[in-house]
Design a protein around this ligand. Structure first.
Ligand code: SF4
Length: 278
């Protein structure tokens, strides 16, 4: 049974479910209404995946500090990881696998906080299904795209008219809300405080990746490559349903990140407020 049908079955059986909502969600859904809609569907808790991104950032910074000579390529993007496995296996040792992706880190937060719940990641990415089933089968994590979530809303007749009064993430993190755009990890982790600009490369879009990997191979001064497979980052993932341009999608993310009220409502372990990150 695929993850979509499994999720529908669990909702019909009224099992306890926790949703992990990817940071790109503001491109498609309004907050806090999306939380109200997920709870109306039957999800008992909703975690903002930006909380997992904080753990990813902390792990990346620790890796760099513990290995001052080492060079790393980011690994949270399963589309890119699969490209490396297939076409650039010589680069596998550089992938920073010791840092969990935000999805995996969030799934671990869910296991800690709500151990009796089935966890469902909801995001823009098809390759996350492979990351879950092939790389982390023990986490038993279901993965839905936003496109699939829309079909679930439709099936259970949960529209935009739900009452969102009092709705809010059960676990939230404002400091990493620009994560789904290219360079999100570099900006929100504070990487630029420990590496010089010429030691960092940021790239998104599969057509742009080969040139940067070639440069990484030739130039040992490059210590860190922050890479996302989709052009512009996860805001342009294949599971997204949107007619917005890339610039309009970025604005949606910036606007949500700039909701200052949210900062008061949730913790920011990065110490990076949305204003600083913008
Ligand atoms: S950049 Fe694309 S392939 Fe990579 S994690 Fe984001 S949506 Fe998935």
């Amino acid at each position: 049974m695929n993850d979509l049908n499994r999720c529908i079955e669990l909702l019909e059986r009224k099992e306890k479910l926790v949703a992990l909502l990817a940071p790109s969600f503001p491109v498609m859904y309004d907050y806090p209404k999306i939380v109200a809609r997920l709870k109306a569907l039957g999800f008992t808790h909703v975690i903002e995946v930006t909380a997992g991104a904080v753990r990813t950032n902390e792990a990346v910074i620790s890796l760099l500090k513990a290995n001052p000579e080492a060079r790393f390529i980011t690994s949270p993007c399963p589309g890119f990881v699969r490209l490396v496995r297939k076409s650039y296996p010589q680069l596998l040792p550089y992938l920073a696998f010791k840092a969990d992706s935000p999805m995996i880190a969030s799934a671990k937060i869910a296991k800690e906080k709500y151990p009796d719940c089935q966890t469902v990641f909801i995001g823009p990415c098809l390759a996350k299904k492979l990351e879950s089933s092939e790389d982390y089968p023990d986490l038993n994590l279901l993965v839905l795209t936003y496109r699939e979530l829309d079909s679930v809303f439709q099936k259970f007749n949960i529209g935009d008219d739900v009452d969102a009064t009092g709705a809010a993430f059960d676990v939230a993190e404002a400091g990493t809300r620009i994560y789904p755009m290219d360079g999100g990890l570099t900006i929100t982790s504070g990487l630029r405080d420990i590496l010089k600009e010429e030691e960092i490369r940021i790239v998104s879009g599969y057509k742009n990746i080969p040139a940067v990997l070639e440069e990484f191979g030739k130039n040992p001064k490059i210590r860190f490559v922050d890479v996302l497979f989709c052009d512009g980052g996860c805001i342009n993932g294949p599971g997204m349903v949107s007619t917005l341009t890339l610039e309009e999608r970025k604005k949606k993310i910036h606007d949500f990140a700039a909701q200052v009220k949210e900062i008061k409502d949730c913790h920011s372990t990065t110490g990076i407020t949305p204003e600083k990150a913008l």
